[in-house]
Ligand binder design. Structure first.
Ligand code: PMV
Length: 314
């Protein structure tokens, strides 16, 4: 059995693709579970989506990317004809900026490793699962895969060791999904286009995001939720300046703030997907969630705790 966590990015998305830091938390109750067994043909099933792809066999156009990702992951095992059936169950909403594809990729790697009796560290699992993630994201920063594999509440920057964040008490974050699903690959390509057309402007947006991540990290560690909330609002404004927000995401953020959120922003790739709203307490989170439930496709509250990250596979 293999597990991968879903995640929320609190700050730093998009800039993280270009080497800047980000802050993200694993979702304990949303993730993917996978089991693997030897089979005559390599098959991947994903429930409850009722998806099934078989390697080397044409699939429906809508499943071609899924098959390609599975083939790419299997080929990284470098074991010649690895023939395996993998069954996945996922409860992370897809296309919502909550790291669904990374959770599945990590769960698959862990399930196959389990079957083949391969022991890997969580960092190695994350690195291998990037072969899967690249098919869906094009140029992933690796934040989703790292959090899917390690869990915990972390600061991630490409090429740097994952740093665990210390928090004096749990932070209550409301997550609300808009009605539009987004393709991370397209949104990352859209930012890359803006970067090549208007390099100075976009680089300065990324620098602004990095200073917010650093300020937010200090406020998280000091338990200063007011400042953390302001950092979320400002990060949202910078992402909006890259045209990543939508009228629905704006409405969800505005509603969250008027219901008492200390700050709110889009999370993940934008262009649809979800927002996160910071609450001052569990009871405030409940009122914000009640208000957002009327506008949102799905809404839930996460209590982000300090906890250790997973250093080895199990
Ligand atoms: O939309 P999600 O949950 O896959 O988040 C992607 C985060 C980005 O920074 C936009 C892309 C990346 O690879 O880091």
């Amino acid at each position: 059995m293999g597990h991968g966590f879903g995640k929320i990015i609190l700050l730093g998305e998009h800039a993280v693709v270009y080497g800047h830091p980000s802050i993200a938390a694993a979702l304990d109750n949303y993730g993917a579970e996978a089991t693997a067994r030897s089979a005559k043909q390599s098959v991947l099933t994903i429930m409850p989506w009722a998806k099934s792809v078989t390697t080397g066999t044409p699939s429906a156009p809508s499943d071609a990317e899924l098959r390609h990702a599975f083939e790419s992951l299997l080929s990284s095992y470098a074991m010649g004809a690895l023939s395996v059936r993998v069954d996945v169950h996922v409860n992370v909403p897809a296309g919502s900026g909550l790291g669904c594809s990374a959770a599945i990729g990590v769960a698959i790697v862990r399930a196959i490793d389990d079957l083949l009796n391969i022991k890997r560290s969580s960092s190695e699992v994350a690195a291998l699962s990037l072969n899967w993630e690249k098919v869906f994201h094009g140029n992933p920063s690796g934040v989703d895969s790292a959090v899917a594999s390690h869990g915990g509440f972390v600061r991630f920057a490409k090429g740097q060791p994952l740093a665990l964040l210390h928090i004096p008490r749990p932070i209550h974050v409301v997550v609300a999904l808009s009605n539009v699903v987004a393709r991370t690959k397209d949104m990352v390509a859209f930012v890359s286009q803006q970067l090549s057309r208007n390099n100075r402007r976009v680089v300065s947006v990324f620098e602004g995001i990095e200073s917010l991540v650093n300020r937010a990290q200090r406020s998280v560690e000091q338990g200063d939720l007011d400042v953390l909330g302001q950092c979320l609002d400002l990060n949202h404004a910078l992402l909006s300046s890259l045209l990543l927000s939508t009228p629905e995401l704006e409405q969800l953020c505005a509603e969250a703030r008027s219901a008492g959120a200390l700050g709110a922003k889009l999370t993940g790739s934008g262009g649809g997907g979800a927002i996160v709203a910071l609450a001052s307490s569990a009871s405030s989170a409940q009122s914000i969630q009640e208000r957002l439930a009327r506008l949102s496709r799905q809404c839930f509250t996460v209590a982000v705790h300090e906890r250790s990250i997973r250093e080895s596979s199990c």
